[in-house]
Design a protein around this ligand. Structure first.
Ligand SMILES: CC(C)(COP(=O)(O)OP(=O)(O)OC[C@H]1O[C@@H](n2cnc3c(N)ncnc32)[C@H](O)[C@@H]1OP(=O)(O)O)[C@@H](O)C(=O)NCCC(=O)NCCS
Length: 171
């Protein structure tokens, strides 16, 4: 008999709610000169790429499936981050639907020398989980175990209706 414990499956059933904490994703990036524009500030597109990666990891952790970006809500760059500073990202599931998930990403800048942090941007993205057949596949609901999460799911449902209207008018 092997003394090694069998690996624990992380795959949830599509109907068992998953806590928000189970998929919270953090990333820390050091801003290097190739990430920066001629003003020495990190490119908006670089921030967007990091936001997309951080959110995709969070969506896959929740669903235990590959997830594709379906929609990115408005992105506002509140304050720049310069080369030599740090970009911190935190992604959370803010609402779960049938096969899609709303992920909110908060991005902040950090100057490690001055021990200073500031808000850089906040973004909301929708990801769709896809199965082996590459078709949208059901995701577990978000475990609504606090009034804040109940409010977050309700606000996500409202934003989802707005996205549907925007997607329809864009077709
Ligand atoms: C996202 C995608 C898989 C949806 O496929 P589809 O056949 O249109 O799917 P459906 O109409 O059955 O909708 C499936 C889910 O996607 C959601 N969805 C589809 N288009 C959406 C959009 N523009 N914005 C937000 N959600 C969207 C639907 O609301 C639905 O969610 P629900 O099941 O939680 O209610 C498909 O449009 C696609 O592959 N898009 C390209 C994705 C991509 O290449 N991303 C960039 C690289 S990762």
């Amino acid at each position: 008999m092997s003394s090694e414990a069998a690996p624990m499956s992380l795959r949830p059933s599509a109907s068992a709610p998953v806590s928000q904490a189970a998929s919270v994703t953090h990333m820390t990036e050091f801003v290097l000169p190739p990430h920066a524009n001629s003003f020495g500030n990190v490119f908006g597109g670089q921030i967007m790429a990091w936001v997309d990666i951080c959110a995709a990891i969070c969506a896959s952790r929740h669903s235990r499936l590959p997830c594709v970006t379906a929609f990115v809500d408005d992105l506002h760059f509140v304050a720049p981050v310069r080369a030599g500073e740090i970009v911190r990202l935190e992604a959370r599931v803010s609402a779960a639907f049938r096969t899609s998930l709303e992920i909110t990403v908060e991005v902040s800048g950090e100057n490690p020398i001055e021990a200073r942090r500031w808000v850089c941007t906040r973004a909301t993205l929708t990801f769709v989980a896809v199965g082996a057949d590459r078709q949208p596949t059901p995701v577990p609901p978000l475990l609504l175990d606090s009034p804040e999460l109940v409010a977050s799911q309700a606000a996500g449902e409202e934003r989802r209706q707005q996205r549907k209207a925007r997607s329809r008018s864009a077709k």
